[in-house]
Design a protein around this ligand. Sequence first.
Ligand code: SKM
Length: 274
Amino acid sequence: MDAGTGVVGLIGHPVGHSKSPEMMNRAFRALGLPFVYLAFDVSPAELGTAVRGMRALGFRGWNVTIPHKVAVLEHLDEVEETAREIGAVNTVVAREGRLVGYNTDGEGYLRSLVDETGLDLVEQKVLILGAGGAARAVAHALAGAGVKSITIANRTREKAERLAASLRKGDARAVSLSEVERVIGETTLLVQTTSVGMYPETEAIPIDPSLLHERMTVSDLIYRPRKTLLLREAEARGARIHGGLGMLLHQAALAFEKWMGKPAPVDVMRKALE
Ligand code: SKM
């Protein structure tokens, strides 16, 4: 590092668990780029001050994670269309003094899904569990990719209805979690976006495992543990499974490309997650 070293980073609350610094710094080293990536724990009350500080210090850009992905929008100069539709930003780029917000989570998810499963997206009848920020990114990306249908199941059905209504493309509907049983028979891609099953509650499962079947791919956005109880149950019933680590990798690769203007060294970054 020297006086010319550029800075990018992550803001969130907390950030101590994040794998992004290892991934990004390895990528910079591999390509000989004079940048560092640092994680900053920013409380919600300090978000505006932090953004002004990063702007003043000339950061090239930064990632945004929970709980700031929605709140950060009002501090930016511009928000790209996909991020506006999703209603959340996970990547900010400082471009000629203007802060521009993007969302790479949805596209990162698609890249990971197609890479790891080879699924033909246009053939998929999708059932999404949950209607929070991650569900929004994934639902918009899958709708944009032209899947056959999307059903969103959430404990509070109104939230699922709002998400379904916001998808401009394709056939989307909402059900409550208790109605999953009625629709899951026709599902070919089940996407689990809630935190149920995440470390340390690794024995929790969001739906009755007897509903899982071998005609579906089960995709869980959780990456800790790598194989959630839902994925273990799905595998035992002959379903194809897809874990959450690839989404983390590819959303990071897409952010890297926006900041650096060159392809990310994805294999190097993947190694940092092992
Ligand atoms: O969207 C990503 C974010 O860019 C980085 C991150 C992390 O480092 O844990 C998680 C996701 O929210």
